[in-house]
Design a protein around this ligand. Sequence first.
Ligand code: KG4
Ligand code: ZN
Length: 364
Amino acid sequence: MTLAREKPLTVLGIETSCDETAAAVVRLNEEGRGEILSDVVLSQIAEHAAFGGVVPEIAARAHLRYLPGLMKQAMTDARLEWGELDGVAVTAGPGLMGGLLVGMMAAKALALAKKLPFIAVNHLEGHGLSPGLMEGLSPPYLLLLISGGHTQLVSVQGVGDFVRYGTTIDDALGEAFDKVAKMLDLGYPGGPVVEKLAAVGDASRFDLPRPMKGREGCHFSFSGLKTAVRTAALKLEHIDDGDKADICAAFQQAVAETLADRLAHACARFAAEHPGIADPVVVVAGGVAANRALRAALEDAAGRQGFRLVAPPAHMCTDNAAMIAWAGALRLARGLTDPLSTPARARWPLDPKAEPAAYAGVKA
Ligand code: KG4
Ligand code: ZN
C-alpha cells in the first residue's frame, strides 16, 4: 500500500464527529510514509460530564467555538502557511450531524478560499488506516475498533477496501462502560474508573452473561450484559465501594471473555481469507483499547490464533485529526478527491457490502 512518490503531499485534517475537536497536519513523504507535523486535540469531556454522556447540541456548539483556533494552531505548530497545503481532509461521517456539519463547512470554506483539493473521509477509515501512520503497518491486517461510538471487527485490505466481519447489534462497548459507571454513580467517562475498581474487585461474586460467546460469526451485543449489571445492583440494598468494585470486576471479566471469543472467530476468518501472511496482525483501537485487562485478554486470544496484537499508544487510538489527514493524504495520492457538494453523513458504513446485523439499532 505504501506509495513512493516524487513530491511529498501535505494535508490538513479536521475531526469533529463526536466530542473531540481536532486538527492536524500530516505529510505523506517521498517514501510513502507518514509524518505528523502537528496534532491538536481538544477534548470536551468537561462540557459533557454533568450529563453522563455526549450531548450532541453542546458538542456542535463547542466545535464551532474551538475549531477555527485549533486549525490555526495546527498550521502554526507545523510551521506552514495555508498556501503550502496540498489538500484539506475532513471527517464527513459517521457521527453526530451537528458536529460533522461544523467540520465540513470549515474544510469546504478553506478548500474554496485556497483552491485546495477537498477530501471527505469516513471516520472509520481514519481509524482503519491509522496503523500505517502510527506503526508503519501495511494492510492487510485485522482491526478491532472499540470506542464510545463503535464496536467493529474489520479486515483492512487497503484504501477504501474494508470487509466488516462484525459490529454491535445494540450498544457500543464504551457506551456500555459509561452506562455501567452511571448506574453505579461513578461519573463520566466510565471506562477508566470501572477499570480501576475492577482491579480491586472480586469478579466471581456476580454471575453475569457473556453475550454472543460461542455463537457463530463476529457480532457483538452488550445491552443484555448492561441489564444484568443493573439487576445485580438493584438486588443489593446498600451499595458500598466493595460492592461496586465486585460488580465492575464481574462486568469487565464478562467483556474480556466476550471480546476474546469474538476476536478468535475473526482471526480464524482472516487467516482463511489471507492464507499467505507470515506475521498476521490484529490492531486494537478506540478509547476502550486503553483498558489493560482487556488488552491482556485480547493479546492472549490473538496469540492463540497465531496473531500479534498491536495496540498503538492511547492518544493515537482515540479520536484525533492526524488519522483523518493521513487517510486524506492516501486518498489524494490516488486522485480520490470529492466535490464541495459532498454531504455529511450521520451513518456511513465502511463496508457497503456488509450484511446488516440481524437486529435494529446497529451502529454503522
Ligand atoms: O475513542 P474514544 O476516546 O472516543 C469516542 O468514542 O468518541 O472512546 C471513549 C470511550 C468512552 O466510552 C470511555 O468510557 C471508554 O472509551 N474508555 C474506556 C477506558 N478508557 C476510556 N473503557 C474501558 N476502559 C478504559 N480504561
Ligand atoms: Zn472514533
